[in-house]
Design a protein around this ligand. Structure first.
Ligand code: GTP
Ligand code: SPV
Ligand code: MN
Length: 650
C-alpha cells in the first residue's frame, strides 16, 4: 500500500490545523500571483498539499481577468508556443508534440475500492470496454511514480472554475492545478474561470483536479514544438468517491482540460447518480418551427460524429430557426414541479473539430471563432489564416484563384512543414480543434446560461453507420429508447487513439466517458424515466449511411432540419406520419420534407434489411452479455427479446 501524502483523507472540517500546516508548507514555495490567504481554507489546504507533492517553482492563482490572459498569451507568443494568426483579432495557433493529439482511452481509469462500482462484471477472459478500473493500491503506486516533484521548475496554476453558470442550482465548482499555461487559457474559454467562482463555494465541496504535463525541469528529453508532455507515462485517473481527478503526461483536450470529460462526464455522472440527475455526452439545441413554436432537444453522438454541427445547424428549409445551448455535454434533471427534464450546458466554450468545418457546413461555428480563439494542430496560410481539410473551396473563392493557383498557395501544415493543396497527407490533424467562447456564436440561445436550464422534449442518439441503419427511427417507449442508446455504434474517428474504419460500440456515446458500472448507469436511466417524470421521446438518427460505392446517401448538415421537423411533429403527437417497423417508427414516405433535394434515394436511405438486423440483434446480445453481463437491467433484455422477435417476423 502506498503511503503517498496525496492519498491522505480529505477531512472537510479539520480547519484548525490548516493555517499552521499551510504556512509551513508554503514557506519554501513562493506565490507568483494572487492572494493565497484569501482562498477558502479548504482550498488553501488542497493547494498546499499538492504543491508540497509536486514541488512547483511557485504558485499562480488565476483571477480569470483579461489582463491575466493577455499576459499569458504574450509569454506564450514570445516562447513560440502560440503563433498569432494575423488575419484575425486575438486568434492563435498552437502546435502540439505530434505524439499528443487526442484523448487516450487506454490510459484512463476509475479508481474505487470496489471494482464493480467502476466496471461491469464481465465474463472471465473478456476485456471490458465500458471504462477501466484501477485499485486504490495500484493507483498509489502509479501516482508515486509520476507526481512527486513533477512540477519542478514550472509554475503551478490554480484555476478555480464553475461548470454551469456561477451559483446556479445545477452548477458545480472545481479547482484545477496545472503546470500548463495553455490549459489555463483554454479553461478560461471552456469554463467560468477565476477567483470570483470561489465566492459561491460556501459550504459546498469542490472537485479536485490535478494536472501535470509530466516533464519537470531540468528536462532531459527533447521538447518538441515547445509542447512538454510525457506520452509514455500518460495516466488519467479518477477517484469518483473523493471527487478527484489526476491527469499526467498529456496537454491535449479532454486529457488536460479537466472540467470537460473528466469532471463534467466521468465524475459528474457519479454525482448525478447520487443526487438523481444525469451527465451526458449530448448537445442541447432550441428549434423554432415556421409557426414560431420552440422546442429543445438533446442529442448524444460519439466523438466527432456531428454534435457541434447539429447544435449550430443553419436550416436549409426556410422559416426554421436553430439556436445552440451546448455542443458537447448536458447536465439534466427532472423538475419536481412540472416533471419535465431540464438541461444545462456546463461548459462556456466550444472545443470543436476543425476539419470539415466551413461556411458551407457550419457557418455559425465559423462566426464563433473569428476572434479570441485558439486553434490546435490546424494548418496556416502564408497570410496568417487558419486552414484545414474542407476550406479549399472557400479559400479559392476568397482569393479568386483558379485550380492551378490554388495548388501553389503556401501552407504550413500542422507539423510545421511546407505543404500545398493536393500534396500527400493532411494539412491539419484530423482531430485538430478550435477553442472558442460560446458567447461569440451568433445563434447562441438567449437562455444558454439560464441557471435552471431548458426543458428537453426529445433525446436523439446517433452514430456513423455506413450500412443497415435508416436515417431516423423512433423508439416505442422510454425503455426501448434506453436499449437503443445502449446499442449505439459508430465508425472510429480521430478523437481517440483508434484508427481505421471499424464500427465500434459506443453505448450512449459514453464509452470513453463512463464513470461507474454501466449496468447501474442504465438502471439509473430507467429509474429516472418513470412517472411522475415526463420522459422525453427517444429517437435514433444516422446521417452517415452510404451507397455501395461509399457515397453518403444523405446530404446532412443544414438538411438535417428536415429530420428534426419530423421528430418534432412526432413529439407534438402527429400520428399519420409514422409507420411501424420492427426497429421502431419510421417516417411514412412523403412525411419528411425533401423539397429542393432532387437526388435522395429514399428507399435505400430508409431500408431496414432483414439479414442485417438479424445479425445485428445477435451481435447486440453477445455484446451486452459480454460487456454488461449480470449488471444489465432485466427490462432491457426483455426489450431485446421483443426486438429480436419483431425482426424475425419482418
Ligand atoms: P466531439 O467534439 O468530438 O464530441 O465531436 P462532435 O460530435 O461535436 O462532431 P462534429 O460536429 O465536430 O463533427 C465531426 C465531423 O463530422 C466533422 O468533420 C463534420 O464535418 C462531420 N459532420 C458533422 N455533421 C455531419 C453531417 O450531417 N453529415 C456528414 N456527412 N458529416 C457531418
Ligand atoms: C470528444 O472527444 O468527445 C471531445 C474532444 O469532445 S475531448 O475534449 O478531447 O474529449
Ligand atoms: Mn465530445
Amino acid at each position: 500500500m502506498s503511503t503517498s501524502r496525496s492519498l491522505l483523507p480529505l477531512g472537510k472540517d479539520d480547519f484548525s490545523v490548516v493555517t499552521e500546516v499551510v504556512t509551513h508548507k508554503l514557506n519554501h514555495i513562493p506565490i507568483f500571483k494572487g492572494d493565497f490567504s484569501s482562498l477558502p481554507p479548504k482550498v488553501q489546504r488542497f493547494v498546499a498539499e499538492k504543491a508540497e507533492l509536486m514541488n512547483p517553482a511557485g504558485i499562480y492563482i488565476c483571477d480569470g481577468s483579461q489582463k491575466e490572459a493577455d499576459d499569458i498569451i504574450d509569454k506564450l507568443v514570445e516562447r513560440g508556443v502560440l503563433t498569432p494568426l494575423k488575419a484575425y483579432e486575438n486568434n492563435y495557433l498552437c502546435r502540439t508534440d505530434p505524439r499528443d493529439v487526442a484523448r487516450v482511452e487506454s490510459k484512463t481509469f476509475m479508481v474505487t475500492k470496489e471494482k464493480y462500482d467502476s466496471v461491469c462484471r464481465v465474463p472471465e477472459g473478456v476485456k471490458g470496454i465500458m471504462g477501466q478500473w484501477m485499485s486504490e493500491e495500484q493507483f498509489g503506486v502509479e501516482l508515486d511514480a509520476r507526481f512527486p516533484g513533477c512540477m519542478n521548475g514550472r509554475p503551478m496554476y490554480v484555476i478555480p472554475f464553475s461548470m454551469g453558470p456561477i451559483g446556479g442550482p445545477l452548477s458545480k465548482i472545481g479547482i484545477e492545478l496545472t503546470d500548463s499555461s495553455y490549459v489555463v487559457l483554454c479553461m478560461r474559454t471552456m469554463t467560468r474561470m477565476g477567483t470570483k467562482v470561489l465566492d459561491s463555494l460556501g459550504d459546498n465541496d469542490f472537485v479536485r483536479c490535478i494536472h501535470s504535463v509530466g516533464l519537470p525541469r531540468p528536462v532531459r528529453q527533447k521538447v518538441i514544438n515547445h509542447w512538454p508532455c510525457n506520452p509514455e507515462k500518460v495516466l488519467i485517473a479518477h477517484r469518483p468517491k473523493e471527487r478527484e481527478i489526476w491527469s499526467f503526461g498529456s496537454g491535449y483536450g479532454g486529457n488536460s482540460l479537466l472540467g470537460k470529460k473528466c469532471f463534467a462526464l466521468r465524475i459528474a455522472c457519479n454525482i448525478g447518480r447520487d443526487e438523481g440527475w444525469m451527465a451526458e455526452h449530448m448537445l442541447i439545441m432550441g428549434i423554432t418551427n415556421p409557426e414560431g413554436k420552440e422546442r429543445f432537444v438533446a442529442a448524444a453522438f460519439p466523438s466527432a460524429c456531428g454534435k457541434t454541427n447539429l447544435a449550430m445547424l443553419e436550416p436549409s428549409v426556410p422559416g426554421w430557426k436553430v439556436r445552440v445551448v451546448g455542443d458537447d455535454i448536458a447536465w439534466m434533471k427532472f423538475n419536481k414541479n412540472d416533471g419535465r427534464l431540464y438541461a444545462i450546458n456546463p461548459e462556456a466554450g466550444f472545443f470543436g473539430v476543425a476539419p470539415g468545418t466551413s461556411h458551407k457546413t457550419n457557418p455559425m461555428a465559423m462566426e464563433s471563432f473569428q476572434k479570441n480563439s485558439i486553434f490546435t494542430n490546424v494548418a496556416e496560410t502564408a497570410d496568417g489564416e487558419y486552414f484545414w481539410e474542407g476550406l479549399e473551396k472557400e479559400l479559392k473563392e476568397k482569393r479568386g484563384y483558379n485550380d492551378e493557383e490554388l495548388k501553389h498557395l503556401e501552407i504550413t501544415n500542422w507539423l510545421g512543414e511546407r505543404w500545398h493543396i493536393g500534396d500527400a497527407g493532411k494539412s491539419a490533424h484530423p482531430n485538430s480543434r478550435f477553442t472558442a467562447p460560446a458567447g461569440q456564436c451568433p445563434i447562441i440561445h438567449p437562455k444558454w446560461e439560464a441557471p435552471e436550464g431548458v426543458p428537453i422534449d426529445a433525446i436523439i442518439f446517433g452514430g456513423r453507420r455506413p450500412e443497415g441503419v435508416p436515417l431516423v427511427y423512433e423508439s416505442f417507449s422510454w425503455e426501448h429508447g434506453v436499449l437503443i442508446g445502449s446499442l449505439v455504434k459508430s465508425e472510429a474517428t480521430a478523437a481517440a487513439e483508434y484508427t481505421g474504419k471499424q464500427v465500434m460500440h459506443d453505448p450512449m456515446a459514453m464509452r470513453p466517458f463512463m464513470g461507474y458500472n454501466f449496468g447501474r448507469y442504465l438502471q439509473h436511466w430507467l429509474d429516472l424515466g418513470k412517472a411522475p417524470h415526463k420522459a422525453p421521446k427517444i429517437f435514433h438518427v444516422n446521417w452517415f449511411r452510404e451507397t455501395s460505392d461509399h457515397k453518403f446517401l444523405w446530404p446532412g448538415f443544414g438538411d438535417n432540419i428536415r429530420v428534426l421537423d419530423w421528430i418534432l411533429k412526432r413529439v407534438d403527437g402527429v400520428e399519420d406520419i409514422a409507420e411501424k417497423t420492427a426497429i421502431g417508427f419510421i417516417p411514412k414516405r412523403g412525411s419528411v420534407d425533401l423539397s429542393e433535394l432532387p437526388r435522395i434515394n429514399w428507399n435505400e436511405l430508409m431500408s431496414i434489411p432483414k439479414h442485417y438486423w438479424e445479425e445485428d440483434v445477435v451481435e447486440s446480445r453477445q455484446f451486452l452479455q459480454a460487456q454488461v453481463g449480470p449488471d444489465m437491467p432485466k427490462v432491457l433484455y426483455d426489450q431485446l427479446d421483443q426486438l429480436e422477435k419483431r425482426v424475425k417476423e419482418m
